[in-house]
Design a protein around this ligand. Structure first.
Ligand SMILES: C[S@@+](CC[C@H](N)C(=O)[O-])C[C@H]1O[C@@H](n2cnc3c(N)ncnc32)[C@H](O)[C@@H]1O
Length: 290
C-alpha cells in the first residue's frame, strides 16, 4: 500500500488525501483533475456533490477500491486503462491496453472531416485507417449532418478491432460502420473521397525515451526509423484509389511537416497540400485535398 487513504472517513478527506498523494508523486500528472476523476469513477460521486457536501461519509470498502486504483496508477498504469474508458469529442469510448488512449489533439481530425463533409454533402462514406478504439470514425459518424453517412474502420490489430467493436455497440452504430482487419489502405476499393488516419508516427528510436511507451501498445506508436514510414506507405497505396473531390487528413509528428509535404507533392501533383497546426501551434496534420 503506497498511500494513507485509510484515514479518510468523508469524501472531502478522501479528496484531500488523494490530491496530496498525486501532488507528491513523480508522475507528470494533474492532481486536481485526476482526483476529481478518480472519485467520480470509483465512487460515482460527481464534482458538484463532492464540493457541496464534503462531509458525505465514505465506507472502508470504497476507500479500499480507491486505494487499489491509486496504487496501480502510481505503478504506471494510465487512468484510462484503469477506468476502462476515456473521453473524446464529447463521447466516452471503451479503451484497453490493446488501443492507444484517445488524445485531445486528434479531435482536430474530426473537426476537419466534419467541415469538409459540410462542403461535400453528397459524400456517403469515409475511411478511418488505424482506427484503434474507433474514436475518430465514431465521432465523425455521431456528429455528421448526414444521418446515413457510413464509415469503414481499418486496423491491422485484432485486439484493437475488438475494442472498436465494443464502441460500435456502445453507440449503436452497427448499421453505419464496417470494421475491417487489414494493412493500411489495402482493403479499400477505388473511389475513396475522405480518408482519415492517425497512424503510428513516432520514430522508433524515440519510443524508448517516452513514458507512454511503457503502457501503450508499441504497434500503435512506432512509425519506423523516421516515424513517417506507415503514412508514406498509406499515401502510396491510396494514391490510385481516390476520386475527386477528396480529402486525406493524417495526424503527423510535429517534426514531419517538411517530409510530409515533400513526399506528398509528387504523389498528388494536382492536389492542394497543407500542414495544419494544433492548438499549441505545432505542425500536426497533413492535409491533401483534391
Ligand atoms: C496511433 S494509433 C491511433 C488509434 C486511434 N485512431 C486514435 O486516434 O486514438 C494507430 C493505430 O494504427 C494501427 N496500425 C498500425 N499499423 C497498421 C497498419 N499497417 N495497418 C492498419 N492499422 C495499423 C494500430 O493498431 C493502432 O490502432
Amino acid at each position: 500500500m503506497t498511500t494513507n487513504l485509510f484515514q479518510a472517513r468523508t469524501v472531502g478527506e478522501l479528496y484531500r488525501l488523494i490530491k496530496n498523494t498525486l501532488s507528491e508523486s513523480p508522475l507528470d500528472n494533474f492532481p486536481v483533475e485526476e482526483t476529481r476523476m478518480i472519485i467520480e469513477h470509483v465512487l460515482g460521486i460527481h464534482t458538484p456533490l463532492l464540493f457541496a457536501h464534503p462531509e458525505t461519509p465514505v465506507s472502508a470498502d470504497d476507500v479500499g477500491r480507491v486505494e487499489n486504483l491509486l496504487d496501480a496508477y502510481l505503478g504506471g498504469t494510465p487512468l484510462p486503462y484503469l477506468f476502462g474508458e476515456w473521453g473524446f469529442y464529447g463521447m466516452t469510448f471503451a479503451v484497453t491496453p490493446d488501443v492507444l488512449i484517445p488524445r485531445e489533439e486528434t479531435e482536430r481530425l474530426v473537426d476537419g472531416a466534419l467541415q469538409w463533409l459540410k462542403a461535400h454533402p453528397d459524400v456517403g462514406e469515409f475511411v478511418d485507417v488505424g482506427t484503434g478504439s474507433g474514436c475518430i470514425g465514431y465521432a465523425v459518424l455521431a456528429n455528421a449532418a448526414n444521418p446515413s453517412l457510413r464509415a469503414v474502420l481499418v486496423d491491422a490489430s485484432a485486439g484493437a478491432l475488438s475494442v472498436a467493436r465494443a464502441n460500435l455497440n456502445r453507440y449503436q452504430l452497427e448499421s453505419r460502420a464496417a470494421l475491417v482487419q487489414g494493412n493500411l489502405g489495402d482493403p479499400l476499393p477505388p473511389g475513396q473521397r475522405l480518408i482519415l488516419a492517425n497512424l503510428p508516427y513516432i520514430p522508433s528510436a524515440r519510443i524508448a525515451t517516452l513514458a507512454i511507451a511503457a503502457a501503450e501498445p508499441r504497434f500503435a506508436l512506432d512509425g519506423g526509423p523516421d516515424g513517417f514510414e506507415l503514412i508514406r506507405k498509406l499515401l502510396v497505396g491510396i494514391r490510385g484509389k481516390v476520386a475527386n473531390p477528396f480529402l486525406i487528413l493524417c495526424e503527423i509528428d510535429d517534426t514531419h511537416a517538411e517530409i510530409a509535404c515533400d513526399f506528398s507533392r509528387p504523389l498528388f501533383p494536382s492536389a492542394r497540400i497543407a500542414i495544419e497546426t494544433d492548438y499549441a501551434g505545432k505542425t500536426r496534420y497533413l492535409r491533401i485535398e483534391g
